[in-house]
Design a protein around this ligand. Structure first.
Ligand code: PBG
Length: 337
């Protein structure tokens, strides 16, 4: 029995281009740049406060005066924007989260301080009630504990207007109520905030990867054993993400986001291919915590997995990534020239 004849050498040798650093550089399809990154930050009231977040090594809750030097680093490193998340005093939390609409609240004060000191730095605020509600949900509840849609949207509109009046550049609704992008867009236009951009958390999944974030903003205790499955998306769904994105674009979103990041790169790719709009991904707190924990144990190379995980978002089609690694990655990119 004779075997089919094989060529004496492979017709193509993909390894040729991998042989040297110069040719790998020459043919690399995707690159990470500091301008791809957005740094999420946690702010709290007070003076000279920097509290470590135990489940997020390297991340701190900062008072406004301590946040400013961090913002300055972002500017120096070429990271274009910060995403602000407030840690609200328990005494200010109510069932309806009305503190979110306070013009002198923590978020408007932080926005003003940042825009005053670093006008060139983009500031993004989260539109959602969970840091402000006594029950830790992103919306208002009925007697059975169900999260009401339309009354919640009314509060979100007031919250977004409050943030826009403080001068924020981008509002980012992260709540997953139906119709909130359209309602917020209309209200912003009506109030003359025609430049306020909307980055919608369009495909946001009911994920277990948000755990450390809920510790950081102090909503974990309020939420208890409850979950957010009646409004955030089911991790088993993919077509539904496209419907959500389609709605948000039609309602007036300028940019859309997929969240979490790494476990949902397939969604990033589908969204980018289907809509060709500015698409962002959020490498969330649990993803950060996993990589940090493995690196701290010596099981993974910190810098290598940080860069590889961020580059993966670009390859999947994301235009930018929200990541707690943003400054570390930008620093490394700068060092590498
Ligand atoms: C809340 C919000 C969450 C995150 C951003 N905005 C948590 C949640 O939906 O419970 C998570 C971010 C992260 O895990 O890093 N509206």
């Amino acid at each position: 029995m004779s075997l089919p004849a094989l060529p004496a050498f492979p017709a193509s040798r993909p390894r040729r281009l991998r042989r040297d650093a110069f040719s790998r550089d020459l043919v690399r399809e995707h690159r990470l740049h500091p301008s791809d990154l957005i740094l999420p930050v946690f702010v709290l009231d007070g003076q000279a406060i920097a509290q470590d977040v135990a489940s997020m090594p390297g991340v701190q809750r900062l008072s406004i005066d301590r946040l400013l030097p961090l913002a300055e680093q972002a500017v120096e490193l070429g990271v274009p924007a910060l995403a602000l998340f407030p840690v609200i005093d328990q005494a200010l939390k109510t069932p309806d989260g009305r503190e979110a609409c306070n013009p002198e609240g923590l978020v408007p004060r932080t926005v003003r301080a940042l825009k005053d000191r670093f006008p060139q730095l983009g500031v993004i605020t989260d539109v959602a009630l969970d840091p402000y509600t006594s029950h830790g949900q992103d919306g208002l509840l009925d007697d059975s504990g169900y999260i009401l849609n339309d009354p919640t949207v009314e509060m979100l509109v007031r919250q977004a207007l409050n943030q826009a009046a403080a001068g924020v550049d981008i509002v980012a609704p992260s709540d997953m109520m139906d119709g909130r992008i359209g309602a917020i867009r209309q209200a912003l236009e009506g109030a003359g905030h025609v430049h306020t951009r909307i980055m919608s958390y369009a495909a946001k999944y009911a994920s277990a990867f948000y755990g450390p974030f809920r510790d950081a903003v102090g909503s974990a205790g309020n939420l208890g054993k409850a979950d957010k499955k009646v409004y955030q998306m089911d991790p088993g769904n993919s077509d539904e993400a496209l419907r959500e994105v389609q709605l948000d674009i039609a309602e007036g979103a300028d940019m859309v986001m997929v969240k979490p990041g790494m476990p949902y790169l397939d969604i990033v790719r589908r969204v980018k291919d289907a809509f060709h709009v500015p698409t962002f991904a959020y490498q969330v707190s649990g993803e950060y915590a996993m990589l940090k924990a493995a690196a701290a144990n010596g099981w993974l190379d910190h810098d290598a997995v940080m860069m590889e995980s961020l580059l993966a978002f670009k390859r999947a089609g994301a235009d930018g990534v929200l990541s707690y690694f943003a400054l570390d990655a930008a620093r490394l990119l700068r060092r590498q020239g």
